[in-house]
Write a protein that binds this ligand. Structure first.
Ligand SMILES: Cc1ncc(COP(=O)(O)O)c(C=O)c1O
Length: 400
């Protein structure tokens, strides 16, 4: 990854650490600033639908925590996290076939922190990390912050081209492989079962840990779930990261990582130095809520609503985008990744789209190298179908 230069905004001669020049500002967060105005139909962020947040259930659970033992919820607590919540997560992971226990589940401040901590414990400056190309932007930022050498592995409609990996592994000897196997961000692809087995086999053969990032796995609207990498791992090489951000609320900032005892210990030490622990109050409230909340029913409802929105987005694209455009029919998650006919630059299209009050994220920043400029990422979870038809229709008219 190239060092970056950023604009100077003061006359002070700050001497920032070299690592800061390795972190690109997030194009998504920058665009989100523009799209906060209510009149904009935004397909830019990875935002869940706010009307589906379980506001009442969490508020009631929080009130019960305060009634029963307010001071405990307001006190400092252990770095590992609140045991009842770790217990719920371990039970949940076992339903996915992942052999874990509460003692190996670390609660983190969003899964973003889990990614950062994993990078922190494995990556020295110059170490190589393999990622899907394109990949999740904020993971690239985290790896950049540890001055890693980020290498993108080509992807197709079945996710990472694991068949290309052997050569890359032998050549680059990476310290870590990062993957989002289920409804990848930004492309929405799912890694096939055969590729998962092959990836595990390679990870064992070369003894390279895999960071499996799975924020979207529960948001499936079609097809069957295939077991995660962590469920196939017999050696403790897969570090499994997920979050309540997409199923309960991103604002509570509660994610988790499940890892082997050895990796878990290092992660706890790294988290101590980072933020001591994730908010006790929100961990208590969430654990209390999950005691009685119909979580499965809630996720089924999310899937029904998001599935309809995904359908609306696919239909709107079909009706509005010009011949020569392509998009993936992802079975879940929150995004559709579209490719425009050659020669159309998504960055220019965005400027015109903003002028008609529509936003999306151009695809180029998600690429590690050889960025493609005719791609765009469209989020469908945050808007009702009518807005989706309207917004995609406006982009389609610009394209025509
Ligand atoms: C692939 C992926 N990983 C991790 C995250 C971070 O989620 P959070 O920190 O809210 O748990 C996101 C958020 O969009 C994501 O898309």
């Amino acid at each position: 990854m190239q060092a970056l230069t950023r604009e100077k905004t003061s006359t002070v001669g700050y001497s920032f650490a070299a690592r800061m020049s390795r972190i690109a500002t997030s194009a998504v967060r920058e665009i989100l600033k523009v799209t906060e105005q209510p009149n904009i139909i935004s397909f830019a962020g990875g935002l869940p639908a706010p009307e589906l947040f379980p506001v009442k259930a969490l508020a009631e659970a929080q009130a019960r925590c305060f009634d029963e033992n307010g001071p405990a919820a307001m006190q400092y607590s252990t770095t590992e996290g609140w045991m009842p919540l770790r217990g719920w997560i371990a039970g949940h992971l076992r339903t996915l076939g992942i052999e874990t226990e509460p003692g190996r589940v670390l609660i983190t401040s969003g899964s973003q922190q889990a990614i950062d901590l994993v990078a922190k414990i494995f990556l020295d400056p110059g170490d190589t990390v393999l990622v899907e190309n394109p990949s999740y932007l904020a993971a690239l930022q985290a790896f950049g912050a540890y001055e890693a050498n980020i290498i993108g592995v080509e992807c197709d409609s079945g996710g990472m081209r694991v068949d290309l990996l052997e050569k890359v592994l032998a050549e680059h000897k990476p310290k870590l492989i990062y993957t989002v196997p289920e409804f990848q961000n930004p492309t929405g692809t799912t890694l096939s079962s055969d590729r998962r087995d092959h990836l595990i086999e390679l990870s064992c053969r070369y003894q390279i840990p895999i960071l499996e990032d799975d924020p979207y796995g529960e948001l499936r609207y079609a097809g069957e779930r295939t077991p995660p990498l962590a469920a196939r791992d017999k050696q403790g090489l897969v570090i499994y990261v997920s979050t309540f951000s997409k199923t309960v609320s991103p604002g509570i900032r509660i994610g988790w990582v499940s890892a082997s005892p050895e990796v878990f210990r290092e992660l706890v030490i790294a988290k101590q130095a980072s933020d001591l622990h994730t908010s006790s109050m929100l961990q208590h409230a969430l654990a209390k809520m999950l005691e009685t909340f119909d979580y499965k029913g809630h996720v089924n409802h999310l899937c029904a609503v998001y599935g309809e929105r995904r359908g609306a987005m696919l239909q709107a694209l079909e009706a509005s985008f010009p011949a020569g455009s392509k998009w993936a029919q992802s079975e879940g998650g929150m995004f559709v990744w579209a490719e425009l006919p050659d020669g159309i630059r998504a960055e220019e299209l965005l400027q015109r789209a903003l002028a008609v009050d529509v936003a999306f994220v151009p695809g180029a920043p998600f690429f590690v190298d050889s960025a493609r400029h005719n791609c765009l990422r469209l989020n469908f979870s945050n808007r009702p179908p009518d807005d989706i038809y309207e917004g995609i229709g406006r982009i389609g008219r610009l394209l025509k």
